[in-house]
Design a protein. Structure first.
Length: 268
């Protein structure tokens, strides 16, 4: 008899932050792979646009209002998702936004707001769904982190602190649920072209990028697409029972450059 039972044929997914970017791309990709998907976010109308895209392609999906800073909203979201799709087998926690600012200029409320959504909100969602996964002795919970958790950079003190805290929380959770059948995973993206931070004043963005350069954080201008991260998340949750992708780091590939020919020295 196998040590681990296989994944059930039906694995409903709840995605926090499903209205755009990595969350929306992950929902579309998982639905195409046969997963029923609930897209949760504050912008319900944007979630519905992706739900329509999924259902038009033959997939199964619902849009559910979700604010991870509100415990009642989390509870309501999970109830509605499970009423529509069945018990949640997979959760992707990626809700959030970025508000850049220097550490000595950001207000305490601005700092706390980043922690509230990226760290405390993720913990609320985790606490709501994981005990039931443990009762079933299976499930995947995926936290979307950021490479700023391990490489902080100027103007991102609050975001980096929240993501570093998230990684510490996730690594602790991995130890605490070990042997329960629940897999807790981290996906750590590098620079990705999403809607996050797109409402930031261009002058603020320019100042931030200029302050990155002396520390080597702007080596090249290539950005990943959300679909690149969706592929990583799909691989994590699709791993057969008995194996666990604990941490997946995905970075943008630098542009191809012309290098000198080793014999002539001419570019090739």
């Amino acid at each position: 008899m196998p040590r681990f039972g296989p994944h059930p044929e039906r694995r409903p997914v709840l995605i926090a932050g499903g209205s755009s970017g990595i969350g929306a791309a992950t929902g579309v990709m998982l639905a195409a792979a046969g997963y029923p998907v609930a897209l949760g976010a504050r912008r319900l109308e944007k979630c519905q646009e992706f739900v329509d895209q999924i259902t038009d392609a033959g997939g199964e999906a619902v849009a559910v209002s979700l604010d991870v800073t509100d415990p009642a909203s989390i509870d309501d979201c999970v109830h509605k998702a499970e009423a529509a799709l069945g018990a949640v087998e997979v959760v992707v926690s990626g809700a959030g936004d970025m508000a850049p600012g220097r550490t000595f200029e950001a207000t305490t409320d601005e700092f706390a707001a980043q922690v509230a959504i990226h760290l405390t909100g993720a913990q609320r969602l985790f606490r709501r769904v994981v005990p039931e996964m443990m009762d079933r002795r299976r499930g995947d919970f995926v936290f979307i982190s950021s490479d700023v958790a391990v490489d902080p950079r100027p103007h991102m003190g609050a975001y980096a602190a929240a993501k570093a805290g998230l990684e510490a929380f996730a690594l602790t959770a991995q130890m605490e649920v070990e042997g329960s059948g629940v897999r807790v995973s981290l996906v750590r993206p590098g620079q990705t072209l999403t809607g996050m931070g797109m409402n930031v004043d261009p002058e603020v963005t320019t100042a931030m990028l200029n302050d990155w350069m002396p520390f080597g954080f702007a080596r090249h201008g290539n950005f990943m697409r959300p679909e690149h991260l969706a592929q990583a998340i799909t691989a994590v949750v699709g791993m057969p029972r008995g194996a666990h992708m604990r941490l997946v780091e995905v970075e943008a590939e630098a542009a191809l450059t012309r290098v000198p020919d080793p014999e002539s020295g001419d570019p090739r």
